[in-house]
Design a protein around this ligand. Structure first.
Ligand code: 3PG
Length: 305
């Protein structure tokens, strides 16, 4: 079987070697398409692939149509909003993700960005500390739980809301469970977003929600840009000079946000999962899942059943 790894943002070389070992060790062939700049390169590369490993690379109907032999796509990572899962289902293509494999990396970046933000982007002026501040975690999945663990080390008071996770599960982790998104934004000094981009969450971080934050509130986004209503957040930030927006996913309106000097920061490219460890974990998990699918018909991580 031919397994194509198509990554516009490549894995660390050590992760690629691990993937190769898994794929070739199972008697399959590995083909690499890294740092491609044009979708035509992906369309050509996918033509004779039986399996595909991607990161945030877009797997559109055009890609799926070009891949006549494709049987399985594994998103090496958590969020699969980049894959047309329904279209894949219609073509009988299994789509899987590798939940939890890169979550610690994303959670650690939250704190790298937060310290940078509360210390005024290291401009030499007195900032504030994280200890004692109320941190709100929006969605208590793999990343949210790692964020909670690290936040406790900083001495933060940790709150969470998750529409799908029972309150007692949140509270068992020593985190205060609040009853709604609104309560989380009202209660907390900092809110960290960990919701996936779905029909329900797109544009949900809006003027009314964020506007409830206390003076000096910070929103940190290591999830998806699509969950933020950018025009409404821009309007709010122009009215409230105390609010900060820190993101690992460059907004479409990056230039407009950048006008809020000292209150906005975006990484140049999504960096949350960009560690050797996360690349190894997610990449090798993807390779193993492909082998398990071909060898045993295993579809444990299928997201388009
Ligand atoms: C994920 O959904 O797993 C993260 O957002 C990481 O995405 P990336 O593989 O594009 O860095």
């Amino acid at each position: 079987m031919k397994v194509l790894v198509a990554t516009e943002k490549p894995f660390a070389p050590v992760a690629v070697e691990g993937i190769r070992k898994e794929i070739e060790g199972a008697g399959n062939e590995l083909v690499l398409l890294e740092k491609y700049t044009d979708v035509a390169q992906l369309l050509a590369a996918v033509k004779d692939a039986d399996a595909l490993i991607v990161r945030s690379d877009k797997v559109t109907p055009a890609v799926l149509d070009a891949a006549a032999n494709l049987k399985i796509v594994v998103r090496a990572g958590a969020g699969y909003d980049n894959i047309d899962t329904e279209y894949a289902k219609g073509k009988g293509v299994v789509v899987e993700n590798t939940p939890g494999q890169n979550s610690n990396a994303v959670a650690e970046l939250v704190f790298g960005l937060l310290v940078y933000a509360v210390r005024n982007f290291y401009n030499g002026k007195a900032g504030t500390e994280l200890k004692g501040k109320k941190l709100g975690i929006l969605a208590f999945g793999n990343v949210g739980r790692n964020v909670a663990r690290i936040a406790k080390g900083f001495g933060m008071d940790v709150y969470a809301y998750d529409a799908f996770c029972p309150k007692d599960v949140i509270e068992e982790s020593g985190v205060h469970a609040v009853g709604s998104q609104d309560d989380l934004f009202k209660e907390c000094d900092i809110v960290s977003l960990h919701i996936p981009a779905t029909a329900e969450t797109r544009q949900s971080i809006n003027y009314a929600l964020v506007g409830q934050m206390k003076k000096g509130g910070i929103v940190i986004n290591t999830a998806r840009k699509e969950v933020v209503n950018e025009p409404e957040l821009l309007k709010l930030m122009s009215e409230r000079e105390d609010l900060k927006y820190i993101t690992d996913i460059k907004p479409d309106a990056d230039a407009d946000f950048a006008k809020f000097e000292g209150r906005y920061f975006s990484t140049p490219k999504k960096m949350g999962a960009q560690t050797a460890e996360a690349n190894i974990n997610a990449g090798i998990a993807a390779a193993k899942q492909i082998n398990a699918y071909f060898n045993e018909g295993c579809t444990k991580f299928q997201v388009n059943k």
